[in-house]
Design a protein. Structure first.
Length: 258
């Protein structure tokens, strides 16, 4: 696999990646600049080969933490593939659209990293295979506490350029939507209030294994409230993804506890 050097990585400031400051610092190998909350631009020069982005993670908290990764497709070129290494190398590539919200490794503890205060972990790697598809692909990487998946340590976006022309994703015209999910945790009916969109979207509920539990179309012009019945769901962490015809607009965690 072709590894990207520092000269092929460009970091731009962005408000897209929401993160908790001060827990984990994201840096280029041997670098010093914190990339948390930014968009990292990376290139694939050959459409028939892979591009690999390697980053280091530093635990700047005063506690030992165990970290699991959630990768979300924001605006990804169809027929491309990607994979993440965290703790261990994931055994196969995922096709675009196969796991729009991917909890890396599911419930397996092999795909986590435990970091003592001050530790640096070197195992993170995001690899994309363009599969001869010209375009650009935008992903979000979020790092959560492994025990609950509710405490977010940090996040950042990766925008892969596998196009001979200027890279264009939905980054610049990314819709600003507001959501409120209540009650959360839930044991029955939960209301998801959505504002800021004016066209029908799909809402997908995914469990911790990345399996789709439900998928429904929601029309915000008819109502600004989407109801979820969690009474029959098993206790645990779920993800609600709001997606239009182009991209995942937002992902919200739902905790079910009876």
């Amino acid at each position: 696999m072709a590894s990207l050097g520092a000269a092929q990585i460009k970091v731009i400031s962005s408000a897209l990646a929401e993160f908790v400051d001060g827990e984990i610092v994201i840096i280029e190998p041997a670098g010093t600049e914190d990339l948390s909350g930014t968009v990292i631009d990376a290139e694939v020069e050959n459409l028939n080969s892979s591009g690999e982005l390697h980053l280091w993670m530093v635990n700047e908290s005063n506690e030992e933490i165990t970290v699991r990764i959630v990768r979300t497709e924001l605006d990804v070129t169809p027929q491309t593939m990607d994979i993440i290494t965290w703790g261990v190398h994931f055994p196969y590539y995922l096709n675009a659209g196969e796991e729009p919200v991917w909890i890396v490794g599911g419930e397996s503890t092999a795909f986590t990293e435990t970091m003592a205060p001050g530790d640096t972990v070197y195992s993170f790697d995001h690899t994309i295979w363009p599969n001869n598809q010209e375009g650009c692909s935008l992903y979000r990487v979020e790092m959560f506490d492994n025990e609950t998946l509710t405490e977010l340590y940090t996040s950042f976006d990766i925008r892969w350029d596998h196009s001979p022309v200027d890279c264009a994703t939905a980054l610049d015209d990314y819709p600003t939507i507001e959501t409120n999910l209540s009650p959360n945790p839930s044991s029955g009916i939960t209301a998801l209030n959505i504002t800021g969109i004016d066209q029908p979207v799909d809402i997908t509920l995914t469990n911790l294994l990345g399996q789709s539990v439900s998928r429904e179309e929601f029309n915000p012009l008819s109502s600004d409230r989407y109801l979820i019945d969690s009474s029959s769901l098993v206790d645990g962490i779920y993800f609600l993804s709001i997606q239009d015809e182009r991209q995942v607009l937002k992902t919200i965690k739902l905790v079910v506890k009876h």
